[in-house]
Design a protein around this ligand. Structure first.
Ligand code: HEM
Ligand SMILES: [Cu+2]
Length: 557
């Protein structure tokens, strides 16, 4: 490969800008381009984020006052069940898969995913899941009401007696979503193992790719358990088998094992890519190499391994014997070791760096701060005596929203802003981005901090009303104000995205002077990504080292 002059690179990029069919119709087609699929996932999941958010507003509206006065209690049950389900299965998972779809082939120097048609098929199952869940609002009895984990025997009650009911539709939707995710996992793992560009050894892969790799391995071993559990529950509910139904000799606790064997590791499927995003973003805006690259890379795999042996911490109060509680308490605490290593590495990365506080960096920093808070509370919860005390209270709800909103959703925002110029070829508006950040950061704390004292005071989760003299009102009002602030925070974001995508300033190929293969192609990248497959010649994150990343390009940044 030869060195090309700067002019000819400029011209090549200029041309590829025009080559791209910039018509929006391809986003509604069965496209097999991983970049189109990535954006399809991101936009679809964001729409469902808004739907899940509307349900959250109803929940918080109801909880402003002690009485159950805004919606009927059964409607409330449907609301929190669908809120949790939509937020996890239609926002968190698909948005992360979308980001990974967009980035992984570019980051490893591949032209597409290993199985492009499987990729498209997996995506198109997501709207099917969404339509099924939304349709469940219109069947007699309304949507599922047994919470996002659908424990039997509650989930087996079927009060309307109909064969088609909210719970049946919920189980079908979750099973389809599981199949879609398994298809995606096979595709990601194959792509990362088989499709790396020459020179892109495992220890030259960006940490986002390491994180996706580890997360998708979890999907492969975990999802079959959840999907099988969902199908067995569906059989209990529809044809009267007795896997979990105590009335038919089944064991309801077995369902909890199937469910959490996947759904605990699933939190790492969610958080690992967010860790990957942090690892990509901090070096760029602190202008320093990532501290301890190899250790951080391996710690993702370690987290994936340990995540497989902690699930019983969700079942401390499910009749679990004492010795088993102790084992799972220890394994759970063990996860904090590789996780702590990462936090240490990020802090060391930004320490003394020349920080640029752009919107992506603000979201990443905010996400890190809130993650540390969530992590400390998580270690508290891993301890059996604490968990037995606060189990099923708002303390737990507060904890997981610091993770899911404070870290995951804010981390996704960081990623969307950071790669927006690459994906769309346009710059977002920095002012609107910062406004979005502050509304989100303040809103998250106002909304979810009060849940901790409420939980310690004994307020139970999944209740539409509470005793007026219990002293819960103050914190509930604060939380609801925070919720409405979070609802508002999406407005500058939507305005920013639509405005920037349609009339924003044109983005250069590498607006952040970042190092990585995705920044060496045009914005947006051409179909098939690379005119010539790059040859990688150095480690990632070479900030301040001025060594080239690939053979074909002369200078590093
Ligand atoms: C404005 C933002 C949000 C607000 C105000 C909010 C509020 C709430 C509240 C009050 C509950 C407890 C309901 C109850 O137990 O009665 C809840 C449950 C839940 N939320 Fe959120 N939430 C928000 C965003 C999110 C996000 C972004 C996620 C995930 C990414 C999420 C995932 C969940 C889950 C999994 C549950 C458990 C549902 C269940 O108990 O079955 N939430 N939320
Ligand atoms: Cu867990």
């Amino acid at each position: 490969m030869t060195n090309i002059s700067i002019e000819s690179i400029g011209i090549a990029n200029e041309q590829s800008h025009h080559d791209i069919p910039d018509n929006w119709k391809r986003y509604f087609s069965f496209s097999t381009d991983h970049k189109v699929i990535g954006i399809q996932y991101l936009v679809t999941s964001f729409i469902f984020f808004l739907v899940g958010g509307i349900f959250a507003m109803v929940i918080r509206g109801e909880l402003m006052t002690p009485e159950s006065d805004l919606v009927d209690r059964t409607v409330y049950n449907g609301m929190f069940t669908m809120h949790g389900t939509v937020m996890l299965f239609l926002w968190t998972f698909p948005s992360l898969v979308g980001l990974a779809n967009y980035l992984v082939p570019l980051m490893i120097g591949a032209r597409d995913m290993a199985f492009p048609r499987l990729n498209a098929a997996a995506f198109w199952m997501v709207p099917v899941v969404g339509i099924l869940l939304m349709a469940s609002f219109f069947v007699p009895g309304g949507p599922a009401q047994a919470g996002w984990w659908s424990y039997p025997p509650v989930s087996l009650q079927n009060p309307t007696g109909n064969l088609i009911n909210g719970q049946v539709i919920w189980l079908l939707a979750v099973a389809i979503s599981g199949v879609s995710s398994i298809m995606g996992a096979v595709n990601f793992v194959t792509t990362i193992v088989k499709m790396r560009a020459p020179g892109m050894s495992f220890f030259r892969m960006p940490l986002f790719v390491w994180a996706v790799f580890s997360a998708q391995i979890i999907q492969l071993f975990g999802l079959p358990a959840l999907t099988a559990g969902a199908v067995m529950l569906l059989l209990d509910l529809t044809v009267g088998t007795g896997f979990f139904d105590p009335a038919n000799g089944g064991n309801p606790v077995m369902f909890q094992h199937y469910f959490w064997f996947y759904s605990h590791p699933a939190v790492y499927v969610i958080i690992l890519p967010i860790f990957g995003i942090f690892s990509e973003i901090f070096p760029v805006y602190a202008r320093k190499p990532l501290f301890g690259y190899k250790v951080v890379a391996v710690s993702s795999l370690l987290i994936a391994v340990v995540s497989a042996i902690v699930w019983v911490h969700h079942m401390y109060v499910s009749g679990t014997p004492g010795w088993m509680r102790m084992i799972f308490m220890l394994t759970t605490m063990l996860v904090s070791v590789p996780t702590g290593i990462k936090v240490f590495a990020w802090v060391a990365t930004i320490w003394g760096g020349r920080m640029r506080l752009t919107t992506p960096m603000l979201f990443a920093l905010g996400g890190l701060v809130l993650f540390v808070f969530a992590g400390i509370v998580g270690i508290m919860l891993s301890s059996v005596p604490v968990d037995v005390h606060v189990n099923n209270t708002y303390f737990v709800v507060g904890h997981f929203h610091y993770v899911l909103y404070g870290t995951v959703t804010m981390g996704m925002y960081a990623a969307i802003y950071h790669w927006f110029p690459k994906m769309t070829g346009r710059m977002y508006y920095e002012g609107l981005g910062k406004l979005h950040f502050w509304l989100t950061f303040i809103g998250t704390n106002l909304n979810f901090f009060p849940m901790h004292p409420l939980g310690l005071q004994g307020m139970l989760r999944r209740v539409a009303s509470y005793a007026p003299d219990a002293g819960y009102e103050f914190w509930n009002i604060v939380a609801s104000i925070g919720a409405f602030l979070l609802g508002m925070s999406t407005l500058p974001f939507i305005l920013n995205m639509i405005g920037a995508w349609t009339i924003g300033e044109k983005a250069p190929d590498n607006p952040w002077q970042a190092i990585g293969l995705e920044w060496e192609v045009s914005s947006p990248p051409p179909v098939e990504n690379f005119e010539e497959i790059p040859v990688v010649v150095s480690e990632p994150y070479g900030y301040g080292k001025s060594e080239p990343l690939t053979e074909s390009r002369g200078v590093g940044v």
